[in-house]
Design a protein around this ligand. Structure first.
Ligand code: DSN
Length: 416
């Protein structure tokens, strides 16, 4: 077995990792689905739990030697149940897309209709975008936000009555408003549909008590664990007891093989962190920081989709706001050390690779320690970038300012 650390064993990989560490340390990370995990989460990810095969579930494995792996997985499950008030939890999904696919196959039959939100209106690829394989198996009908940027519940009800879905799916990737789960549940009950929420983006805000929790109400709720929840890259399914067997069978053996137990160990750590009182403060601050951006960009006459934000993210029309495309805005911000992603906006007339919008969020900067005053500075920096998107010397100057700002909030001094 190799006994050398990465640094001496593989200088090519070491240098690439160091460059990425420096990028994370010296830039403003504003992709709303990204975050920075604790050293304990990193430690669990790099632990010996990666060595073990453990197909099955705690107490019912297909391999020997799983008694301690069972302890690890049970800790993750119990903590997730406590965090979200869940009846049943499966922590094995490798990420959000596999979690969603496992739910579709676990609770539905091929050909069944699913009512999900359109991608350009804030939905997710796995909620029925035609480029995904799942649309060959299930009949996805996609609803949209209205002109006011809200989910029109009357229209959702009319669509549910017309299409008779077996499942109504809420929970979004670029939608910035709260969701009325009770109203959706009542529409689903009226047409005999199951309810599913994909809370990947807002799981940390729900765990921190900052947003409505669909888990006690809905049939099934999926999430990733690496966004606002601030855990390792991975997925999770929470459901009512009556669906537990179908969901577990669908994840394994239906869809996946051996679970990644190092990852599940890291989920257990992240859930313990999310149960600490300080996590509530973090969740509150994420929203306060997003509100500062909303206020600052509104004052600068930006076009904010959905009229602003209730959560951690903003979707901005870069074309109307600044006369440049989302891709141009993303590229200019990148040159200045500010990372966001280009994004479609509702009724976008441009393509997915060169859409009209940019999506930005506050979780990673909040983890870093940014509060309201720093967010005001961040809004100023972004505005200057977008006003000078083709002026490389101004963008370099801003990059230097970004670096100075980040130096006041070191991320992983222990790893330097
Ligand atoms: N890629 C994630 C996001 O950025 O929202 C969703 O899968």
């Amino acid at each position: 077995m190799n006994k050398q650390p990465i640094k001496t064993f593989d200088s090519s990989l070491f240098q690439a990792l160091e460059k990425e560490r420096n990028r994370q340390e010296s830039g403003l990370e504003m992709i709303p689905s990204e975050n920075f995990v604790s050293l304990a989460v990193l430690e669990a990810l790099g632990s010996i739990a990666t060595n073990k095969y453990s197909e099955g579930y705690p107490g019912k494995r297909y391999y020997g030697g799983c008694e301690f792996i069972d302890e690890i997985e049970t800790l993750a499950i119990d903590r997730a149940k406590q965090l979200f008030d869940a009846e049943h939890v499966n922590v094995q999904p490798l990420s959000g897309a596999p979690a969603n696919i496992a739910v579709y196959f676990g609770l539905l039959k091929p050909g069944d209709t699913i009512l999900g939100m359109d991608l350009a209106h804030g939905g997710h690829l796995t909620h029925g975008h035609p480029v995904t394989h799942m649309t060959k198996v299930f009949n996805f009908i996609r609803y949209k936000t209205n002109e006011a940027g809200k989910i029109d519940l009357d229209n959702l009800r009319a669509m549910a009555i017309e299409h008779k879905p077996k499942m109504i799916l809420v929970g979004y990737s670029a939608y910035s408003r709260e969701i009325d789960y009770a109203a959706v549940k009542s529409i689903a009950d009226e047409v005999g549909a199951l309810t599913m929420a994909d809370i990947a983006h807002i799981a940390g805000l729900i765990a921190g008590g900052e947003m409505n929790n669909p888990v006690p109400l809905f049939d099934v709720v999926t999430t990733t664990t690496h966004k606002t929840l601030r855990g390792p890259r991975g997925g999770m399914i929470m459901c009512k007891r009556e669906h537990a067997k179908a969901i577990d069978k669908s994840v394994f053996p239906g869809f996946q093989g051996g679970p990644h137990e190092n990852n599940i160990a890291a989920k257990a750590i992240a859930f313990k962190e999310a149960l600490e009182p300080s996590f509530k403060e973090y969740a509150k601050q994420i929203r306060k920081n997003a509100k500062v951006l909303e206020t600052e960009f509104t004052a600068k006459n930006y076009r904010l989709m959905f009229g602003g934000t209730d959560n951690h993210l903003l979707l901005i029309d870069a074309v109307i706001s600044k006369g440049i495309s989302g891709a141009e805005a993303e590229a200019a911000l990148d040159k200045a050390g500010i990372t966001v992603n280009k994004n479609m906006i509702p009724e976008d007339t441009r393509s997915a690779m060169d859409p009209s919008g940019i999506r930005l969020g506050t979780p990673a900067l909040t983890t870093r320690g940014f509060k309201e005053s720093e967010m005001k500075t961040v809004a100023e920096l972004i505005d200057r970038v977008l006003n000078n998107s083709t002026n490389d010397s101004v963008l370099s100057e801003i990059k230097a300012e970004v670096k100075k700002l980040t130096e006041q909030f070191p991320l992983y001094p222990e790893l330097a």
